[in-house]
Design a protein. Sequence first.
Length: 357
Amino acid sequence: MNFRQKSSRYNAAVLFVAGVAGAFLVMATIRSGFEPQLEIWLACGLVVSLILHARASFALSKAQQEVELLRNLVKRINPPSRKAAPNLKFEPAADADKRDGEALKAVQDAIENDRVDLYLQPIVSLPQRKIRCFEAFSRLRQENGAVLQPGDYLEAAERTNRIGVIDNMILLRAVQALRQLGPESAQYRIFCNISPATIFDQDFFVRFSEYLDANQDLAHRIVFEFTYPAVEMMHAKVSENLKAVAKRGFSFSVDHIRRFDLNWEALADKNFRYVKTSGALLLSESARGDEGLARIRAFKDNLQKHNIDLIVEKVEREVDMQEIQKLCIDYGQGALFGAPMAAGSYLQNGTAYAAAS
């Protein structure tokens, strides 16, 4: 029984009790010989109206309960429609060479037999080292349980224009992970690597967009990541489709940068809100002394000016953290904070937690 039903029944019960009490009061008045007729008849009218109101409230409450039961039954028979996930059917390219063909056949076998796992690597706040985001990776298992490494199939998929299925697959698993975390964990974001080829392929992009529309409530929690070389060489069609994704509220990240003096304003205009740079690049620059430190400060100031957060990645040694912390970087990623592991290792009971390293 919901709150509204409880409230209705409570009000009806109060009115009924008041009516009965009024009836006894009238009877007592008559028996005691109280004469004024007008007051007695008014009291009787009030009692009758209260009793009728109470009976009507009980009947309405019962009818409302029956209607809600019927609605629940209808929902079970005809559940609300929801847009389906992208079609993950994978077809190896007919013109692929022997090596690529074998790799793509292994991908097809893993997808069709639901042997696709989501792996997550944490992105932590510094210096607290609390998990704030995750980067998503897919891991495909063969029938014998062996895991296919990304290097075994990603290049083949890109060469044969089959990368879109894999990108959509990662997105699907990432959405499932966010649903598991629930709305109370809205501070967690998942970074999904994506190929410009997925955005360029209009057929895949249509299905990709439909899935984004179906999960619009997660727009602020999903970040699509591109390498800088891919961003630099983006086709005009890719840039146009990227704007359509940004208009839906999704943001972007760029990694594999080699310089600090890039056009951050142009990236910010495309809704790039994160940039990743390797710890090695920052450390080599800081090792140049005051000149290098000045370039890092200017780099950070430029990012802050355009509302872009900096993440230092590939942090593997504790000794490197002493220098990195001096640079006041906000976020870190790397084996030191947690290696890519099956999503269940980081998600437990709808909560993200730091796994022991």
